[in-house]
Design a protein around this ligand. Structure first.
Ligand code: SF4
Ligand code: SF4
Length: 727
């Protein structure tokens, strides 16, 4: 009746043509009409959210329990409320404004919505101080959000960064709706003040922006101002509740998906490991993900969390070099496929039925198209897309809502490889080589230790050696068979001896860790290799491992624990850096004066080790280390990971190693330092392509070993002599 009283005092009394009954009727009808509209719009919204939930539930359940609750809450606070990943990028602050703006405006709008149904409601019971703070915050943020809309439009229309897709009209619709929410708010408030609405004018001092808007209407006919304020009030209500219903059906679905996705994210300690498949499961009819419901519900939740920020595309080496792979699109294609097929399945179910899709369900549209040209955009991915991923993790690293693109890609590759047998001839050949000779080159397994024969290295022969050697030196296939990589492992052997480390190699007992097989989707082969290697290492009593290959490092450290292999594993740069720090390695001036370091993805990004390689290089006297445009955790892949080393790159504009090696040349460095045998090959090939074959590519171990003092060299000789003497 508050409205009726206001109408009586301010308008009806001064205008005999407005009857008391009309005023009372409006006062009575407004809450009823708004109440019905509100309930209908909220019902529509709830229905959309319920559909999202039911579609997500079509996925497979995850066996791992949700632990580390406190850390998970911390991640939500850090990433959602503090937007820590978002602000690292240009324009990130604009998103922060949107996020906090909407959060604060939502609190203020509780009063707006409840007053629509119960006109006497007010949040003033919270106390004047807090109440006015809420009103002031709401008012101010609505103003700031309007600026953020203008900035976003400027970015879309003028700056147009290449990693964001501007073709869709949806982005403009969303920005228009946001702008209309704010404009109608100021219209409703400004005219209410001009129309002397007693409720709004009573706290007009708190809402300074609305007060300023009202000042433009000073002297306006009070009745007209009142009518306009009501028109804006209704417009605001309609736009606001329409926007709410656009959320689950647009890119703003992330407002619903991001927080649960971040809370349920793959914990840091497991992020670099892929999941193990259960080959003992006799009921399994296929392996990997061939249908959208083969994904876990968590991967389907990932697709709801995407903000379409395009950061994954910006850093993806495949996207950057014009391949068909675009990680953001891949996530959206999975979601599109879920919607298209899932909706049809749900149509035959009761509204409240929430279960996984039946095992024999055949979705109408397959998830993976055979060719890129033949794929239905928006609902399918293709073999070419999946084949282009280097597993570099740049997408995962960049994603502000912790989406696991790589897990999804490898799950899909597993299906192609294990269930369909649809792998490239090159990968097939690689897998056969590994099966027969336990290395991807297919060189005789009996030749694995040939490189070490002239060096007089020690072999870890049995469990009794566990007391003799501190470290197992895991050489890896490249170090064992590739001539370029052999230079790196020889240099590392020198450093270990110079540093007084007791170590041995496995010789022919070492087999490929299985990384190329796993990343190429041949989980079965990886499983067999992992079990054999873990059995060997455990039988020998190995506790500490050092390796010069980041792929072996990652597999041994992060993936073998799922097979019962728990070891302390160090990348050689970590051990070198440690030896230098402890004063156990004497280095002087080397032959180089200026190098740039290329971070291997499986060291820098997946295992967060960017300092040890730089510390090791910095120990060489008078050696300057300069950075490439992309470095550290944001480094650009060399193009070899994800089993790409073993096949031709998918079609694109340019090869990844050509872009990366150009970045190295641009630094003006004399040489490129690497920490991975595959990076060494790729960067070397890239430099040749640019006509810079004279620019050396050296492993960190080679750079450091090249600067060892005569005293350190004498220690190497002594260690080798001792081995020879001991037979
Ligand atoms: S892992 Fe690397 S190559 Fe694969 S999608 Fe992500 S960024 Fe692209
Ligand atoms: S997947 Fe992540 S990084 Fe890529 S567009 Fe979506 S939110 Fe951004």
């Amino acid at each position: 009746m508050e409205i009726a009283a206001y109408l009586l005092v301010n308008h009806i009394a001064s205008d005999p043509q407005v009857s008391v009954s009309n005023a009372v009727m409006y006062a009575v009808l407004k809450p009823i009409v708004f109440g019905v509209f509100f309930v209908a719009m909220m019902g529509l919204f709830a229905h959309s959210v319920w559909r999202m939930f039911r579609l997500m539930a079509l996925g497979q359940s995850r066996s791992n329990p949700i632990k580390d609750i406190t850390d998970r809450i911390g991640a939500v606070i850090y990433l959602v409320f503090f937007q820590r990943k978002v602000v690292k990028e240009k324009f990130g602050w604009n998103h922060v404004i949107f996020f906090w703006g909407f959060l604060i405006i939502t609190v203020g709008h509780i009063e707006f919505l409840v007053r629509g149904v119960v006109p006497s409601f007010s949040l003033s019971f919270l106390g004047d101080g807090l109440y006015h703070l809420i009103l002031a915050g709401e008012d101010f943020m609505a103003f700031v959000v309007l600026f953020a809309v203008v900035a976003a439009l400027f970015r879309r229309l003028v700056l147009r960064p290449s990693h964001i897709h501007y073709d869709s009209k949806e982005g403009y619709l969303i920005l228009s709706l946001i702008a209309m929410v704010m404009i109608t708010y100021f219209g409703a408030m400004g005219f209410a003040i001009a129309g002397k609405d007693p409720f709004v004018t009573s706290h007009a001092k708190a809402i300074t922006v609305s007060n300023t808007v009202a000042s433009f209407f000073v002297g306006m006919n009070v009745k007209l101002a009142y009518v306009l304020s009501e028109i804006f009030w209704w417009s605001h209500a309609v736009v606001l509740l329409t926007f709410l219903n656009v959320i689950p059906k647009s890119k703003h679905i992330h407002l619903l998906g991001a927080i649960p996705n971040i809370f349920l994210h793959k914990r840091e300690k497991h992020k670099a490991a892929l999941s193990r498949l259960d080959f003992e499961d006799e009921n399994a009819e296929s392996f990997g993900v061939g249908k959208v419901n083969d994904f876990s519900w968590k991967t389907l939740l990932d697709t709801y969390a995407c903000t379409e920020c395009g950061r994954c595309n910006k850093y993806c080496p495949a996207t950057r070099t014009g391949k068909a792979l675009n990680p953001q699109k891949l996530i959206h294609d999975i979601r599109g496929n879920l919607y298209l097929n899932g909706d049809k399945l749900l149509a035959d179910r009761g509204l409240f039925e929430v279960t996984a899709a039946p095992a024999d369900w055949e979705p109408e549209v397959p998830l993976i198209a055979e060719t890129e040209e033949g794929r239905m955009k928006g609902v399918q991915t293709s073999r070419e897309v999946l084949g282009a991923c280097t597993n570099c993790g740049a997408c995962v690293e960049a994603c502000p809502v912790l989406i696991d693109h790589v897990d999804a890609i490898v799950d899909l590759r597993r299906y192609l490889t294990l269930t369909e047998g649809a792998v490239s001839a090159e990968w097939n050949n690689t897998f056969t080589n590994i099966e027969r000779n336990y290395n991807p080159w297919g060189i005789g397994a009996d030749k694995r230790a040939d490189w070490a024969q002239s060096l007089g290295l020690r072999y870890w022969g049995g469990s009794e050696d566990a007391g003799k050697y501190e470290f197992l030196f895991w050489v890896g296939c490249a170090g064992s068979f590739d001539i370029t990589a052999q230079k790196s492992v020889r240099a590392l052997a020198d450093i270990l001896d110079a540093g007084g480390i007791t170590y041995a190699i496995l010789g022919q007992n070492e087999q490929c860790t299985g990384d190329p097989a796993r990343r190429g989707g041949n989980e079965y082969l990886f499983d067999a290799l992992a079990q054999t290697n873990v059995a060997t290492l455990n039988d020998l009593g190995v506790k500490k491992i050092v390796t010069a290959c980041p792929h072996c490092f990652n597999t041994l450290k992060n993936e073998y624990p799922a097979f019962g292999g728990d070891y302390e594993v160090l990348h050689h740069s970590q051990l070198i850096s440690q030896l230098l720090e402890e004063g156990r390695l004497d280095v002087d001036v080397g032959t180089l004066s200026k190098v740039t370091f290329h971070d291997p993805c499986f060291l820098g990004r997946w295992n967060d080790e960017t300092k040890a390689p730089r510390r090791s290089l910095a120990a060489v006297k008078r050696l300057q280390v300069v950075e490439m445009e992309d470095h550290g955790r944001k480094s650009l892949c060399c193009g070899a990971g994800g089993a790409q080393m073993w096949k031709e790159e998918e079609p694109g504009d340019v090869r990844v190693n050509i872009v990366r090696s150009q970045q190295a040349i641009d630094t003006g460095a004399q040489a490129v330092a690497v920490g991975c045998p595959f990076c060494k090959t790729m960067i070397g090939d890239g430099l040749k392509h640019h006509g810079n074959e004279d620019m050396p590519v050296l492993d960190i171990a080679e750079v450091v070993a090249g600067a060892l003092t005569p005293g350190a060299r004498a220690k190497i000789e002594a260690a080798r002599q001792a081995t020879t003497n001991n037979g």
